[in-house]
Design a protein. Structure first.
Length: 357
């Protein structure tokens, strides 16, 4: 095992090296540096199995070290060794890809050896999952692209056939052209499903670029996009002033588009009414989307977020069955929670909770 150490305290370094040599024996190759730049240069030019790194080094203060090691390309498994007792920093580092965080004054031989072995295995597993996820996404995007292209051609050929037949037999009224129209309708449904699948797959890709987002703008943009549908059903969407959260505008707009679309679709009242409002407390921001629609049976509330789960037939309520699954994924991507309360015949309340910026 090739272990790299970035540590400027000679006493600490000797203790760590002694532990490693006594545990791994001659199978362990150890290289140490007192500066972060030298250690990074070593990583860029040689294979390293485990990188043990102090956070505060002569050429790099703590925050700078954190930024550098978390953004290393093709980084080896990283274990932070520090004199700090900072649980918040430790949690942040682990979430950002650091394999472990060990306080030096609590370090034991068995703990350090175990951490090295675990770090290597965690890194292998993480890398394998990332590669599989990328392959899965590439496959799905390729598949949806091919489907969309083929469906467009089928729809086009159906319409050409109908148009040319009508030209050739203008007086013939018994030809079953309605089947060609049904083909076009089915294809539109499949294309909507493909678009929803692409939305579902792309949600997590922008989480690293989140910034302050006015939720009012996301909700009102979604409401404007549904303007014709709402007017056709004589409905009203009321969006109150909503706070900012840390997130992505496009994803939040997609979230509200699905929630408002469902609220209009599953509504049989003479005047559908949807209200989007907000509550703020010490812990989080709560946004509520409520309607006067048909409601959801209590025994179905537990399954409504399952992809492709449908409570009604496609003929009665068209759709892909992915709307609420997309909503839940967007909420999860924003480190939020979602809860649904509903009564059949009385309407539904969707409660979204997000951490404060």
């Amino acid at each position: 095992m090739h272990i790299l150490i970035a540590e400027d305290n000679q006493d600490h370094l000797e203790l760590i090296v002694d532990i490693l040599k006594s545990s791994f024996g001659n199978d362990c190759k150890i290289q140490s540096y007192t500066s972060l730049n030298d250690a990074i240069h070593h990583i860029n030019h040689q294979h390293v199995d485990v990188f043990l790194c102090d956070l505060k080094l002569p050429d790099s203060p703590i925050e700078n070290t954190v930024d550098i090691i978390k953004n290393l390309e093709d980084a080896p498994p990283i274990i932070v060794l520090t004199s700090l007792h900072d649980d918040e920093l430790a949690n942040r580092l682990v979430k950002e890809g650091i394999q472990d965080f060990l306080p030096k004054d609590e370090l034991t031989p068995s703990q350090l050896v175990r951490a090295c072995h675990y770090a290597v295995e965690r890194k292998k597993l993480t890398q394998s999952l990332l590669e599989k996820n990328e392959d899965y996404k590439a496959f799905c995007y390729s598949l949806t692209h091919d489907f969309r292209s083929s469906l467009w051609q089928v729809s086009g050929f159906a319409q050409i056939f109908k148009r040319e037949t009508q030209k050739k037999y203008p007086q013939e009224t018994s030809l079953p052209f309605e089947y060609l129209d049904k083909i076009s309708t089915k294809i539109e449904g499949i294309q909507r499903l493909i678009e929803d699948l692409q939305d579902f797959l792309s949600i997590d890709s922008l989480s690293d670029t989140y910034s302050a987002v006015p939720v009012t703008l996301a909700a009102r943009n979604a409401a404007d996009m549904l303007g014709e549908t709402v007017a056709r059903k004589n409905g009203i969407i009321e969006v109150e002033s909503l706070p900012e959260i840390k997130g992505n505008l496009s994803q939040l707009q997609l979230l509200f588009s699905n929630l408002l679309s469902n609220a209009i679709k599953y509504n049989q009242s003479e005047r559908p009414y949807i209200k989007v409002s907000a509550e703020t407390n010490d812990d989080n921001i709560t946004i509520v989307v409520e309607d006067n629609g048909i409601g959801i049976p209590a025994d179905k509330l537990g399954s409504i977020f399952t992809p492709f789960e449908r409570l009604h037939s496609k003929d009665l309520y068209p759709g892909s069955g992915l709307g609420l699954a997309i909503v839940k994924r967007v909420v999860k991507s924003h480190r939020g929670r979602i809860q649904v309360k509903s009564k059949v015949g009385e309407g539904t309340r969707v409660i979204l909770q997000f951490p404060k910026p």
